[in-house]
Design a protein. Structure first.
Length: 274
């Protein structure tokens, strides 16, 4: 039987997931389809009930449903439970719907695509303490990164993640700015620099150390103000596109049991977004 997948969110029309997944099915000769479904928050419960009833093979979950969907699922992966957010739902062999989170792992894959896996002992500065930062912090830890510091405008939110992680430290943005030279990998997770936003950089990168690695989770624009500032200081930069493609690829792998070709997808989307 033909498999079908979806992405639910509000808004949803801008999502690049349907084109990406459908291109992978075509390339890999998989008899499946992937559709965008606009679900407003008030309708989430009914939408999930319907997806289950109609027998979806799985679906992705995007803003604003990643947290609210947790109690509506039959099972939760341990990492997703800890992160408190789900972006991928998988129909299990037993017909249950299980929630996973592939965002953080997608980020780490994207980072390691660019810099390799040999930097796990370096000091990481995570900027921001929202849902995205929490997912990345858990994934970094799971992948063996040992030194994670979280800087946030609201210190209490950074402290809460550190407590949940059971390691690392929380600092203010000012402390981060004053101590930039201590870190090697900088990960920007605030909305600063998104096309629709008007935010400035969370802080100045004037004292960025030599050989820094700077990553942003935003991919539209590909060059955020953070990455521009980091590149002008000689940093190796990692834009958010790889994270987007790998979170989708990890979901695809959960659903279909093999990893799709991510490098050609990243190249195509880069050309579109330039
Ligand atoms: P997401 O779940 O996508 O990560 P979020 O939960 O809204 O988004 O988190 C956004 C993050 O960006 C937060 O860390 C937020 O800081 P606060 O916790 O202090 O709110 C941060 N952020 C948003 N706007 C910012 C700004 N102008 N300067 C600095 N940090 C900002």
């Amino acid at each position: 039987m033909k498999k079908w997948f979806a992405v639910i969110g509000d808004p949803i029309s801008h999502s690049k997931s349907p084109a990406m997944h459908n291109a992978w099915y075509k390339e890999m000769n998989v008899d499946a389809t992937y559709i965008p479904i606009h679900v407003e928050p008030a309708n989430l419960h009914q939408a999930v009930t319907s997806l289950k009833l109609l027998g979806a093979s799985g679906w992705n979950v995007t803003i604003p449903h990643k947290e609210a969907i947790l109690p509506l699922l039959d099972e939760l992966d341990e990492q997703a439970q800890k992160m408190g957010a789900v972006n991928t739902v998988v129909k299990t062999a037993a017909g249950k719907y299980k929630g996973y989170n592939t965002d953080g792992a997608g980020f780490v894959r994207s980072l390691e695509d660019m810099i390799g896996p040999a930097h796990k002992d370096k000091l990481v500065l995570l900027i921001g303490a929202g849902g995205a930062a929490r997912g990345i912090a858990f994934a970094l830890l799971a992948e063996g990164y040992q030194h994670i510091t979280i800087a946030n405008r609201t210190l209490a939110k950074a402290e809460a993640i550190v407590e949940q992680l059971g390691c690392g430290q929380a600092i203010s943005l000012q402390e981060a700015e004053n101590n930039l030279q201590k870190f090697a990998i900088f990960i920007q997770t605030t909305p600063a620099g998104m096309t629709s936003g008007t935010l400035d950089l969370p802080f100045s990168l004037d004292k960025l150390p030599q050989g820094a690695i700077a990553a942003d989770i935003v991919y539209n624009p590909l060059m955020t103000p953070f990455l521009q500032a980091a590149e002008s200081k000689g940093a190796t930069i990692v834009n958010g596109l790889g994270m987007f493609v790998h979170q989708g690829a990890i979901a695809y792998n959960y659903w279909l049991g093999h990893y799709p070709n991510t490098s050609s997808t990243i190249a195509e989307l880069t050309a579109q977004l330039k």
